[in-house]
Design a protein. Structure first.
Lengths: 667, 329, 253
């Protein structure tokens, strides 16, 4: 047999082996394991979904949030796509080499501009890879803590080798006059010059070595692709295509698995959640923005995904094993919640959404955390402080343990009395919220809110004793049953009232009323945060200011107002209208850094932390220099940040004010 | 049948409990209206000496007109079955106007069951007696008082401290002791296996001059360190109320109150403690009580000399700082 | 082993308590009734005993507003049988209540009866020891630990100062629980709701109520708060400064 005939056979064999391994591994992971998962979908709105793939996959949109590595990945990604045709060329040329050793693919093989693009991208990719290697090996940023470094480095070397071997092959072909498009390949030509001095036979040999290196590494990469983080190459398009299009602030309902609520074993997740575990690229961008991780708590969204992925593989294999031995027994005995993921990891999450927002592939981190919390709650594995808070919420409708009859005590000094929405129709139903009603430090702010509403001529009323905690954080803590009970009670109370819109001072309340309560997908009766309402009133001229405050302020975007519900501009317009100058903190808009109170954390002991998220935030504000006022739009933020100002010793430098206080002062 | 007031003396391992003297004081009050004498009922084994040591100081005797003493080995340590049987005999025989028990681990094991067994009316949580032979009891955490006539011909009453001072139940004269015939005490269904000493802790809170005491308001174990810092700055120790000990945030050696210790510090700083009677029982001998509680109607403010509605978490670190500063630290 | 737990509902002290127009009883208009905290501990202790050594746990409660929730919550924790005793129990004293449940408890033939050592509205003794009198069972109160083996129980009885007495109690007996060996566990609302669908509450009717043995109240009132504390107001800084002033005055600083 001639070399070319052998070559074809070998290529075919290699293709079959590598392809087979690849397909087998994909089958095990995607089909066999995912089949164990629960139902997902249905999937609709395909127009939006396809647009998403264009923007987020083709456009690599979220990757640019970390600019330089994002740009690097852009080139590696596009290089991969564009150069995939060269891989196709290499394979086909190998397969048919026994017929024609210089086979060129039709069209693609003769399109000059494509050849140029491939040549240029080969270089871009190699530059990007070198940059990436420098980052991995020398810079080693914190977001990679816990990621598989050796895997990352290995694949980068693979890519580099694939590019280099391609250029060598091309270069020698040009030297030997075998390339009709040589004029379109300047880079390859330059590489070829390195070997131009050697004899033709030697060059042919080097070319074949380059070819086998090229093909070999490609096929090796192929078999490695399903293992670990590079599987995202396969799963990224489906992940973005099938991403969750529900409003961010709407948690999926608890699945009922034969009476079990919550997830206690990996196969109880929905297959779409499992798909997320596979798609994690271990990039660590989520870890970098996580307030729990920053404060030293054991939660890292990235590590969580990796652990879930590993458990899925391990347990999936054990569940499907035909024979049971001590290893499979041991694997099956490991509990997901407890052994694999510790309880402290699950309770550390503030549900701030920074991780889900940051992830380039729309992986949902909060959803599995809440599912596992739901299991802990059903099992009663809940800390004392949280237990007390939940018991109080169940009995009194607030976490303070005070009677519901005290809820409207803050209204007593107000004359004339605030309208009782249960008794008379109002235009705006003001859902006050627990903290604004019961916390003594916040009474002042709540009263000012009432005064501002009055000055604006609003027709508003409150539910008085009939109001209960709206349940947003009860749900995020995993007490789905208590959440349902609160929804029932509040819906019943609101159902008896006549109103045209709901306004609330608390973003958490806002989020759940708007996105999770059954009545409020209703376009005709919108749910507004008071910042939105004030913005509307100012624009309509109904709220006029008598002075310009002239303060230099910074604004903290609350998680449940900003990231979850996209309200960034309204509060800023209100600030501007009061005549204040807004200086942004580095982490603002959807990059805002959580105060640490959400997800029920305000009902849990702090634990061993190095720096409270709220303190980090105050330091960030103080660093701006000229800012003396820290403006917030959430009652829990007022509490958390006022404490942080004290504990960081910044009382003389910065003061925390609720947005309503600015408005009140400027009236 | 007579108009005497019987007081069941409580004692534990050779010590007369303070409540016994409080009851004797109350009995004298009641006896004025009833016209009878005050009789101390002492059950034990070789325990006559207790008549003469109602408190740590010597030269004091139980302030009773006379003592009825029942001796039996089975009565050496308190057990409900034996004491009940012995008292049942005595009360049936003598039918006094009233029998006073402590509202305690000892007294409450006896009074109610005897009430049913002997068909005698009873009143619990009595704090004091008012003129005309009326009882005044406290319920609902001390928030509500109930008054009424002493019922029946023989009434059983359990008493809580607070209405009388123990000193009022101590006298300088030794009352005459009459030994009552020993009853048969067999097939007892409750027997003492052993006592378990309280954990000997690092600190004896009954000897501390300053106590920084925390209640449920401290919210979780993590926050205890705030109280410890303040206590250290002040040169005192940390103590707590029942909920804090039940949760395991402090050891039982730090428990102040009915089941814990009675303390008498110069300053008792109560943080986030509501002031339920079971706790207040343990602090009435403090020189100055200072209470921090966001609930303006917390019962603790009724016994404290100074108070503030401020949130303890807003106050505590600032206070610790200021104390350190004033000490030049 | 057969364990019976008695649970009573008592006024919630979070609410403001007022006296009704007769001046002799609590005004029930705004009264919220919640489970007696000590009975909650008794339920926890009962469930712990069941988890350790296997037992049938029956919870018996009187029909007062809110009792269903209490019973279903107990079921969600692991109670096997729920019994509600029907009748009008407003203004009824503990002697009558004890007599009312005697029949039911006898019928259940318990080895061990657990109930809270006291309740905040007790005026004529507590339910546990009164029932012990009716049933002629031994009673020990202020219990913070129970174990059972071969027809006998070991109970840990609390005395002041942290002293504990370990007692041997022959069964059947009634124990008045001060504290369970661990704080009452949390039960998710959905679990309780599930119990509402799957468990049944057996009902019994109380025979006529015999109030003999209790006192007659001639007057109920709220105590004068005595000498009220001198209240310190102001910011945390100001209050702290005032306190330091007081400490200095008292000679500790």
């Amino acid at each position: 047999m001639t070399y070319d005939e052998i070559k074809s056979v070998l290529v075919l064999l290699a293709l079959l082996v590598a392809g087979g391994i690849f397909l087998w591994r994909v089958h095990q992971l995607l089909w066999a394991n995912l089949r164990l998962g629960q139902r997902s979908g249905p999937y609709k709105k395909w127009g939006d979904r396809i647009k998403g793939v264009i923007v987020y996959v083709a456009g690599q949109f979220r990757l640019f949030r970390v600019l330089i590595p994002g740009t690097g990945h852009f080139f590696i990604f596009w290089g991969f796509l564009i150069l995939s045709l060269t891989i196709l060329q290499a394979i086909v040329e190998g397969l048919v080499s026994f017929v024609n050793p210089h086979f060129l693919l039709p069209l693609i093989g003769s399109f000059g501009p494509l050849a140029l693009l491939q040549d240029l991208f080969a270089v871009f990719v190699m530059i990007a890879v070198i940059y990436a290697l420098v980052v991995r090996l020398i810079v080693n940023p914190k977001r990679y803590l816990g990621s598989h470094k050796s895997q990352g480095v290995m694949v980068l070397m693979f890519i580099f080798t694939i590019m280099l071997s391609l250029l060598v092959m091309n270069g020698i072909r040009i030297n030997l006059g075998q390339d009709p498009l040589s004029v379109w390949r300047p880079i390859s030509t330059a590489v070829g010059k390195v070997f131009a001095g050697a004899a033709a036979g030697t060059q042919e040999l080097i070319k074949e070595i380059a070819y086998w290196t090229h093909l070999g590494v490609v096929l090796l990469f192929l078999t490695e692709l399903p293992e670990g983080k590079h599987f995202h190459v396969i799963t990224s398009v489906p992940a973005v295509l099938l991403r969750n299009l529900e409003p961010h602030g709407r948690l999926p309902a608890a699945m009922d698995l034969n009476g079990q609520v919550g997830v206690s074993a990996i196969e109880q997740f929905r297959w779409r959640q499992m798909f997320d575990f596979y798609t994690c690229t271990e990039c660590g961008r989520c870890q970098d923005v996580c307030p729990a991780y920053a404060s030293g708590l054991p939660l890292s969204p990235k590590l969580l995904m990796m652990e879930l992925r590993d458990n899925l593989k391990e347990r999936g294999a054990a569940l499907r094993a035909h024979a049971s031995n001590s290893t499979t027994q041991a694997t099956l005995a490991r509990t997901l919640v407890g052994d694999v993921i510790s309880e402290s990891v699950l309770w550390a999450c503030t549900t701030c959404f920074a991780c889900d927002q940051e992830c380039p592939l729309f992986i949902e981190h909060i959803s599995p955390i809440v599912d596992m919390r739901r299991f802990l709650v059903i099992e009663g594995r809940v800390g004392t402080e949280l237990q007390d808070a939940l018991a109080n919420l169940g009995r009194y409708g607030n976490s303070f343990g005070q009677s519901e009859r005290m809820r409207a005590r803050w209204t007593q000094p107000i004359q004339p009395p605030i309208k009782d929405a249960r008794r008379e129709p109002v235009e705006y139903l003001w859902f006050v919220g627990d903290y604004a009603s019961y916390s003594p430090t916040l009474t002042d702010v709540t009263v000012k809110t009432a005064e501002v509403f009055r000055k604006a001529g609003l027709d508003f009323g409150i539910l008085y004793d009939a109001e209960r905690n709206a349940g947003n954080d009860v749900r995020r803590v995993g007490e789905e049953g208590l959440f349902e009970m609160l929804v029932e009670k509040n819906s019943m109370a609101m159902g008896k009232c006549t109103y045209h819109a709901i306004v609330t001072t608390d973003p958490h309340t806002y989020n759940t009323l708007k996105n999770e309560y059954p009545t409020n997908g209703d376009v005709n009766r919108p749910v507004l945060h008071y910042a939105e309402l004030l913005d509307q009133l100012i624009t309509a001229g109904k709220l006029k200011f008598s002075k310009k405050l002239g303060y230099k302020v910074t604004y903290h975007d609350p998680c449940y107002l900003g990231r979850y519900n996209g309200v960034y501009d309204a509060p800023r317009r209100v600030i501007a209208a009061t005549g204040c100058e807004l200086i942004e903190m580095p982490r603002h808009n959807d990059g805002s850094f959580c105060c640490g109170a959400g997800g029920g954390r305000i009902w849990m002991p702090e634990g061993e932390i190095k720096e409270r998220p709220s303190e980090s935030r105050i330091r960030e504000a103080v660093k701006l220099g000229k800012v003396a006022t820290f403006v917030v739009a959430c009652p829990k933020d007022v509490t958390m940040f006022r404490d942080a100002v004290k504990t960081t010793g910044n009382e003389s430098r910065i003061e925390v004010k609720d947005l309503i206080e600015l408005v009140h002062a400027a009236l | 049948m007579n108009q005497d007031i019987y007081v069941v003396i409580e004692h534990l391992r050779g010590q007369v409990a303070e409540i016994s003297c409080v009851m004797l004081a109350g009995a004298h009050e009641l006896a004025k209206d009833m016209g009878g004498s005050v009789v101390a009922v002492l059950l034990g084994h070789n325990a006559q000496g207790l008549v003469g040591n109602p408190s740590a100081s010597s030269g004091q005797f139980l302030a009773a007109d006379k003592v009825l003493y029942i001796d039996h080995p089975a009565l050496a340590d308190f057990t409900s079955d034996a004491y009940q049987k012995a008292l049942a005999n005595l009360i049936s025989r003598d039918q006094p106007r009233a029998v006073l028990f402590g509202s305690t681990s000892i007294g409450t094991d006896l009074a109610s069951t005897l009430s049913i067994k002997l068909g005698l009316p009873m009143i619990s949580s009595c704090r004091s007696f008012s003129p005309g032979g009326k009882f005044v009891s406290q319920i609902c955490g001390g928030k509500i008082m109930a008054e009424g006539d002493l019922p029946g011909l023989t009434a059983l009453v359990t008493m809580v401290p607070g209405g009388y001072k123990a000193e009022q139940g101590m006298g300088t004269q030794s009352p005459p002791i009459t030994q009552v015939e020993t009853p048969a005490l067999e097939s007892l269904r409750v027997t003492l296996a052993k006592y378990v000493e309280p954990e000997s802790g690092d600190v004896d809170i009954t000897k501390e001059p300053i106590l920084v005491s925390v209640g449920r308001g401290i919210q979780n174990k993590d926050n205890i360190v705030l109280a410890e810092d303040l206590a250290k700055a002040l040169g005192g120790a940390v103590s707590g109320s029942r909920p804090v000990i039940d949760q395991g945030w402090l050891t039982t050696t730090r428990l102040v109150g009915k089941s814990g210790k009675s303390v008498k510090p110069k300053i008792y700083l109560a943080l986030g403690i509501s002031g339920a009677p079971e706790h207040v029982e343990g602090i009435t001998n403090s020189d100055t009580i200072i209470a921090i509680n966001t609930d303006p109607v917390a019962p603790i403010f009724g016994v404290a000399k100074y108070g503030s509605e401020i949130d303890l978490f807003d106050l505590i670190e600032v206070l610790t700082e200021k104390v350190k500063q004033s000490k030049g630290g | 082993m057969n364990i019976v737990i008695l649970a009573k509902l008592v006024p919630d002290l979070v609410e403001e308590l007022t006296i009704d127009t007769s001046g002799k009883a609590l005004d029930t208009a705004w009264l919220r009734m919640i489970i007696n905290e000590f009975d909650d501990h008794a339920i926890e202790q009962g469930i712990l005993l069941k988890e350790r050594g296997g037992a049938q746990v029956t919870v018996v409660a009187l029909d007062i507003e809110g009792v269903d929730d209490v019973l279903f919550t107990a079921a969600a924790k692991g109670a096997d049988r729920l019994i509600k005793i029907k009748g009008d129990f407003v203004g009824v004293n503990n002697h009558a209540l004890a007599r009312a449940i005697t029949g039911v408890v006898k019928e259940l033939q318990p080895d061990l009866v657990l109930t809270g050592v006291q309740a905040n509205n007790d005026l004529d003794g507590s339910l546990g020891p009164l029932l012990a009198g009716c049933l002629e069972m031994p009673y020990v109160g202020y219990i913070s630990g129970v174990s059972v083996a071969e027809g006998k129980s070991k109970a840990r009885k609390e005395y002041p100062g942290g002293l504990i007495a370990e007692l041997d109690v022959t069964l059947p007996a009634i124990l008045g629980i001060q504290a369970a060996e661990q704080p009452p566990r949390y039960v998710a609302v959905s679990k309780v709701r599930q119990m509402m669908k799957t468990s049944t509450i057996e009902e019994r009717t109380a025979p006529g109520l015999d109030m003999v043995g209790g006192p007659t109240i001639s007057r109920m009132f709220q105590p004068e708060t005595g000498q009220r504390a001198t209240m310190l107001t102001g910011s945390p800084e100001e209050v702290a400064t005032k306190l330091v002033g007081i400490f200095k005055e008292l000679g500790v600083l």
